[in-house]
Design a protein around this ligand. Structure first.
Ligand SMILES: Cc1cc2nc3c(=O)[nH]c(=O)nc-3n(C[C@H](O)[C@H](O)[C@H](O)COP(=O)(O)O)c2cc1C
Length: 182
């Protein structure tokens, strides 16, 4: 089987963010699997327009092109005020068809809730975009002083990728056989 193209989207663009470290670790776990070819989409690398443009800018098209090329996604999100950051919503809203009939998994972080409030809001957003959200999430409680690559987190990441690749493969086949109806 050809490896699946999975985009790891780093959602925080905050100065001094911890999200790039979490995103890199998720991409490393993905790269160790034979069924996944990860590409990191770091939202800090995109110069999105401050106001939603009437026509997509070159940077918007660069982002939506990467979304279109992916078979599935892992969204790496912090929790900001019980939700996900505005930088992530801005990026998500720039694409539409490009998301359709693909799966997304989540790696979230924050304080005690490990970013799960952000994930629950993202599930609702992705439903509108015809995206299948996988059940198992990878969570990081930033108040616990431990490395990212613990045994329990690695197990969660592998389970998340097992579910994500199952859906990515199934939906890729289905999209090839019959255009998705939205
Ligand atoms: C504006 C803002 C709001 C936050 N709200 C929450 C919150 O509701 N729950 C939580 O667990 N952590 C919250 N935090 C803590 C963040 O999860 C933590 O700072 C994390 O490092 C942010 O991710 P980043 O460093 O990749 O931007 C908040 C942080 C910021 C900057």
């Amino acid at each position: 089987m050809q490896p699946l193209h999975i985009a790891v989207i780093i959602g925080s663009t905050r100065e001094g963010r911890v999200g790039d470290g979490v995103g890199r670790w998720v991409a490393e776990v993905a790269a160790e699997r034979e069924d996944v070819e990860p590409v990191v989409l770091d939202l800090a690398d995109y110069d999105f327009p401050p106001c939603y443009p009437a026509q997509p800018t070159a940077e918007v098209r660069r982002f939506t092109g990467q979304v279109a090329a992916a078979d599935g996604f892992v969204v790496v999100t912090p929790e900001y005020n019980r939700s996900f950051p505005a930088s992530l919503k801005q990026a998500i809203d720039h694409a539409y068809d490009e998301w359709h009939a693909k799966p997304v998994g989540f790696a979230s972080y924050g304080y005690r809730s490990e970013g799960l409030h952000a994930v629950e809001h993202l599930r609702s957003v992705f439903t509108e975009l015809h995206v299948m959200t996988v059940r198992t999430t990878v969570g990081v409680n930033l108040l616990v002083d431990e490395p990212l690559d613990t045994e329990h987190r690695r197990r969660a990441a592998e389970a998340m990728f097992d579910q994500l690749t199952w859906w990515a493969s199934a939906l890729k086949d289905a999209r090839t056989r019959r255009p998705y109806v939205s």
